[in-house]
Design a protein around this ligand. Structure first.
Ligand code: AMP
Ligand code: MN
Ligand code: MN
Ligand code: MN
Length: 284
């Protein structure tokens, strides 16, 4: 399998902060020409068996997936896991611990929003939650759009949910080494998600990549819905420099919110090693 494969290895369902079920996502992916698919819910593998069955029913190849929230150098970084055993006990338990604390954080976010006159945000956000253990900023954003406080979710994040804003609550997620070890220990590959999103200095980024690789991480997202064409080119170079395999995924969350639909990304640059080449024996 080469770089010209319509692989979409990053998206979210109602099991985390997406709005579609795993089955509806599989159908949409297939309709958009996806050949190899992975559902990567935040800090959760609860949708994996459904997603794999739905992919196979649609005639698509499947890789198991998740996207783990990590705190690295005081910042939140996302690590995608692909091709692991979704029933691995250490992984399932590690993700359960990572999800813990989201409820309390959400209550604090709601208190912060109440101080600027936005009442009932916790209850409001809960109405959009598909998985009670996975209340996220995205659910608050949907509530603030629906109630007319903001026109769209990017505006909510800009005004209310990012560092220094009234609904932002700092949180400690998993450690980088734990996230990588949970994934690799379950037979999968760890991949740095959307590296351009972090706004790291070159030194910070170097530290992230070298530590990630020292713990056994082997991949990086190059073509993603979160990167411009220029950023994709830049991280293609990074993948070559560090000898990392390259991944491709839309990060699709919702037909109403996401600007990149499943399976509608540019191809991976040809000189890179696609993650699916190294994961060939994990594809189902
Ligand atoms: P949480 O894990 O609760 O901190 O929520 C993080 C999620 O919020 C991400 O996975 C995205 O889905 C969403 N998100 C983060 N930043 C933005 C943004 N600027 N605009 C829209 N959605 C965002
Ligand atoms: Mn998300
Ligand atoms: Mn992410
Ligand atoms: Mn994502």
């Amino acid at each position: 399998m080469n770089a010209l494969l319509n692989a979409d290895l990053h998206c979210h369902s109602v099991v985390s902060d997406g709005t579609l079920t795993p089955e509806a996502l599989a159908e949409r992916a297939q309709a958009n020409g996806v050949e190899l698919w992975a559902l990567t819910d935040h800090d959760e593998v609860g949708g994996q068996h459904r997603a794999r069955a739905a992919a196979q029913a649609q005639g698509m190849k499947y890789l198991t997936g998740t996207e783990i929230s990590v705190t690295f150098a005081g910042q939140t970084v996302h690590i995608v896991g692909l091709g692991f055993d979704p029933d691995n006990v250490a992984l399932v338990e590690g993700l359960r611990r990572t999800r813990g604390g989201r409820g309390e954080r959400a209550q604090e976010m709601s208190e912060g929003l109440a101080k600027v006159g936005i009442r009932g945000a916790y209850e409001g956000a809960l109405k959009y939650v598909g998985n009670p253990e996975l209340i996220s900023r995205t659910h608050f954003a949907r509530f603030l759009v629906e109630s007319g406080v903001c026109k769209d979710t990017p505006e909510v994040f800009r005004k209310y949910l990012t560092e220094g804003k009234p609904g932002f609550v700092p949180h400690r997620w998993a450690r980088l080494q734990d996230a990588v070890q949970w994934i690799t220990g379950a037979g999968g590959m760890a991949v740095i998600a959307h590296p351009a999103r972090y706004g790291f200095t070159p030194n910070e980024e170097y530290a992230l990549i070298t530590e990630f690789m020292a713990h056994g991480g082997r991949g990086i997202e190059v073509v993603t819905g979160s990167h411009s064409a220029q950023e994709a080119q830049r991280y293609a170079q990074t993948a070559l420099e560090f000898g990392l395999a390259a991944s491709r995924g839309s990060d699709f969350h919702s037909p109403d919110e996401s600007h990149t639909d499943l399976g509608t990304l540019p191809w991976l640059p040809g000189q890179l090693t696609p993650v699916w080449e190294l994961l060939a024996d994990r594809i189902q």
